[in-house]
Design a protein around this ligand. Structure first.
Ligand code: UGA
Length: 467
């Protein structure tokens, strides 16, 4: 656990806290707040998830949570219940960590948040501070305060604050204890310390109004999405030009003003956050008459990433109908078992629709699906396959025995959508490797011609100069 913290965590003034929702955000917050010294009661309404938590089991794959659960669950620092009345006994501070999934039109569905707030406020016997950790569009905290006040007992005041969460799945505990920033949006200065006091005073703090805090989260995830889509656009260009996107983007990212993080091209971003928050950002912009062209472009590029993989498979295999294709990697990224908006799962479904017999392997994720056969060993998964597609950059896929894979496969097509296969490492194996942005094109003539033309004193250029 100590490896998940940069330094020993400074102490805080212990507070009794109710956390509503034991998903990635809520469970991480609950165990980490307990570790900081707070006394946490976590409300979970899903009976299976609650039963697992009460047995001391962690229902998600997240490094570091098990250890904190073992240390604190069942002590006065950490308990779980589905009874809001019990949870709200003598509690003023509530963290709302419920889901805000997207509706089909991209607008966020905030009904869980409304229900959770109504539940805790109805149970509160004294003033209550609701801290919204869930990602919500600007204006939500103010709206929630109005809604919640309608459920409060006589004389009970409700204040709502925004404290968005920036943790990444797979690194949630590390991110909690090593935050780049803690953002707190609150309009009531008297309640401010109750929120900021949950965290060590040394952690970088951005204190602002609630709408700004809410927008920090949407804007940050939208920027990350734009950055990845930019990397994917550059990678597409590299393929057409015969350039190497890994070198190009490394060269771009070393500019300190740009930074190398989130410049890895791949099969498109997935997960429950980036696609959802990008859609939410666009919906919010449109609700105030703006069109958010940058954000929309990031969405377009992202949806083209899967099309590009399908196109490459068609180039390599001809018709896909009846072919056997193996997918390695179903989690939306390494380090998690989450398959929400997962490119690997999306590809499997798209291939199955085209009549492909799909087999898949993932070290952690085990989705319920009829589109593909899940196999527990990667070498077993490729037996008889015409092509292999690597969709998640799990470390174990960097260590694969390529000769053994080739022996088990029928065909020799490897589509490495996350660039984990070293081209030099497989040079001696009879594989055709297609990466992302790694120079598919061998026909340089059309690429050479425009620059040459642009160097010559031809008519249009002269005309432009003389004007
Ligand atoms: C993201 C943000 O990174 C967190 O800061 C935020 O708190 C979280 O959403 C949230 O809103 O709750 P997460 O969805 O866990 O975190 O995953 P990321 O590590 O951001 O990856 C998102 C997707 O982008 C993955 O599919 C990943 O493979 C892809 N990605 C990431 C790339 O394709 N290229 C990159 O260079 C980086």
């Amino acid at each position: 656990m100590d490896s998940l913290k940069k330094t020993s965590v400074p102490s805080v003034r212990a507070t009794k806290v109710c956390v509503v929702g034991a998903g990635y955000v809520g469970l991480t917050a609950a165990v980490c707040l307990a570790e900081l010294g707070h006394s946490v009661v976590c409300v979970e309404s899903n009976p299976q998830r609650l039963a697992a938590l009460l047995r001391g089991e962690v229902p998600i794959h997240e490094p570091g949570i098990d250890e904190l659960m073992n240390r604190h669950a069942g002590t006065e620092r950490l308990s779980f219940t589905d009874d809001v009345e019990v949870a709200m006994d003598d509690v003023q501070v509530v963290l709302l960590c419920v889901g805000t999934p997207p509706r089909p039109d991209g607008e966020p569905d905030l009904r869980q948040l409304g229900r959770a707030a109504a539940g805790v406020v109805s149970a509160a016997r004294g003033d209550v501070l609701l801290i919204v950790k869930s990602t919500v569009p600007p204006g939500s905290c103010e709206a929630l305060e109005l809604l919640a006040a309608g459920h409060a007992r006589e004389g009970v005041n409700v204040v709502v604050a925004s404290n968005p969460e920036f943790l990444r799945e797979g690194q949630a505990v590390w991110d909690f204890f090593n935050p780049d920033r803690v953002v707190v949006g609150i309009d009531d200065p008297q309640m401010q310390d109750l929120v900021t006091g949950l965290y060590p005073a040394q952690w970088p703090l951005v204190l602002c109004d609630r709408r700004s805090a809410e927008l920090v989260k949407y804007a940050a995830n939208t920027f990350l999405a734009v950055k990845i889509s930019f990397a994917n656009e550059v990678a597409q260009l590299c393929e057409a030009l015969g350039a190497d996107s890994q070198k190009v983007l490394a060269g771009v990212g070393l500019d300190a003003r740009i930074g190398g993080a989130f410049l890895s091209p791949g099969p498109g971003f997935g997960g429950s956050c980036l696609p959802k928050d990008l859609g939410g950002f666009i919906a919010v912009a449109q609700s105030v008459g703006q069109s958010a062209p940058l954000a929309r472009a990031a969405q377009v590029v992202n949806s083209e990433a899967l099309d590009s993989i399908l196109r490459k498979l068609e180039v390599a295999l001809g018709s896909l109908q009846g072919k056997r294709i193996t997918i390695l990697g179903l989690a939306f990224k390494p380090g998690t078992g989450d398959v929400r908006f997962s490119p690997g799962l999306g590809l499997g479904e798209a291939l199955a629709q085209r009549g492909v017999l799909v087999r898949a392997h993932d070290p952690v994720a085990a989705p319920v699906t009829t589109s593909m056969e899940l196999v527990s060993d990667p070498y077993q998964a490729v037996v008889g396959a015409d092509a292999l597609v690597i969709m998640t950059a799990w470390p174990q896929y960097r260590e694969l025995d390529h000769e053994r894979l080739r022996e088990e496969m029928k065909g020799h097509v490897v589509l490495d959508a996350v660039n984990v296969v070293g081209i030099d490492e497989v040079a001696h194996v009879d594989f055709d490797v297609y990466g992302v942005g790694r120079g598919l094109s061998t026909d340089f003539a059309p690429v050479l011609w425009p620059p040459l033309e642009w160097m010559l004193d031809s008519e249009p250029h002269n005309a432009a100069v003389s004007r």
